[in-house]
Design a protein around this ligand. Structure first.
Ligand SMILES: NC(=O)c1ccc[n+]([C@@H]2O[C@H](COP(=O)([O-])OP(=O)(O)OC[C@H]3O[C@@H](n4cnc5c(N)ncnc54)[C@H](OP(=O)(O)O)[C@@H]3O)[C@@H](O)[C@H]2O)c1
Length: 320
């Protein structure tokens, strides 16, 4: 049962049966600052949602009267209509799809919701494009170093990334069957072809990126290993020092002297950064980011964006 008092801001979740929609609902269930008014599904309307006492409804039957904000947890390309509908009703939006992110060509009028890098732009925003999972770790790690001129120009930054299978969404696909994925490990989108590159390039303009994703035989989690050519032989200790300064007040980003793991971030909304020098190759620093693709990489950041947009405590309801 949705037990919150009716005076709390009302929100809705569109696409509430997918992996990110389910995770948003899980977070909102324990969120003390908002109440969930509706959760949509086109295929399962009438069935129970992940929130006790709340049934799934089809989009066509939803009223936006009195709604403060909607989360769009739809497949890539399907958020446009709902975004227009919310805009016309003067309802705030956090869009988890790539439809309004940098690189989409449709970002005008939208704020990019990279909460750890530009929270001041998000506070009070009405339309926020929630960052992609892979671009979150890459930009949180590299952006502070890039803006301080620590990365050398010209040489490519190589990013080896791996994601658990929920990163591909809940729609059944043959190549994601257990028998295909279990005990395997493979690269995909070979040749710098992943669509998240557009978003990363806009966030890190001018930096030549080589991005190679892999499919991990785990349900959730992203680990990104980045090889950074540094200026003036900048080393791992100075990289960690900059991160610690930038993320000093962050409850969701932390820096380790060791190696970030997936186990420590599973089912949390945290992101852990680590850095190491490479013996015999001064000036090349290996940087690692670990986080949960459905937590910090999607729903955690989306709820953090909502908190900022509604003027709530930024980490209310998050698993820090
Ligand atoms: N998975 C991740 O790790 C992750 C991370 C960051 C961002 N994202 C992005 O977040 C979005 C959602 O991802 P997801 O993994 O949650 O996807 P998903 O598991 O495939 O879920 C998609 C949701 O949209 C509904 N839906 C499907 N087709 C629809 C259509 N034509 N019209 C309206 N609703 C439709 C689905 O259920 P019904 O059939 O019940 O309506 C479901 O509730 C995607 O754009 C994805 O790129 C995903």
């Amino acid at each position: 049962m949705n037990m919150h008092p009716p005076s709390l801001p009302a929100v809705g979740v569109v696409g509430a049966t997918g992996y990110t929609g389910l995770e948003v609902l899980r977070l909102l269930r324990r969120h003390a600052g908002v109440q969930v008014r509706f959760a949509t599904s086109e295929g399962s309307a009438g069935e129970a949602s992940a929130l006790p006492g709340l049934s799934l409804v089809s989009s066509a039957t939803v009223s936006l009267e009195g709604i403060e904000l909607v989360f769009l947890c739809l497949p890539h390309g399907k958020a446009l209509e709902w975004a227009e509908r919310a805009h016309a009703a003067d309802v705030r939006v956090v869009d988890l799809t790539a439809d309004h992110r940098p690189g989409s060509g449709r970002q005008e009028g939208w704020v990019y919701g990279m909460v750890d890098l530009a929270p001041e732009r998000i506070a009070g925003a009405r339309r926020v494009a929630n960052p992609g999972c892979y671009p979150t770790g890459v930009q949180v790690a590299i952006h502070p170093l890039r803006t301080r001129g620590m990365i050398s120009d010209g040489a490519p930054v190589v990013i080896n990334a791996a994601s658990g299978v929920t990163g591909a969404g809940r729609t059944p696909k043959r190549e994601l069957l257990f028998a295909e994925v279990a005990s395997d490990y493979r690269a995909y989108a070979l040749g710098n072809a992943h669509r998240h590159l557009l978003e990363m390039r806009e966030g890190l303009p001018g930096l030549p990126l080589v991005f190679q994703p892999h499919l991990l035989p785990l349900a959730r989690g992203i680990l990104e290993t980045m090889y950074l050519p540094m200026r003036d032989a900048v080393d791992a200790a100075s990289v960690r020092a900059v991160w610690r300064e930038v993320f000093e007040d962050s409850a969701t980003v932390s820096v380790t002297d060791g190696s970030p793991t997936l186990a420590e971030v599973a089912r949390t909304d945290r992101l852990v950064l680590g850095a190491a020098d490479n013996a015999g190759i001064p000036g090349l620093v290996t940087v690692i980011a670990s986080f949960d693709n459905l937590g910090k990489g999607a729903a955690g950041q989306a709820v953090q964006n909502m908190n900022l947009m509604l003027g709530l405590d930024p980490v209310l309801g998050l698993r820090c």
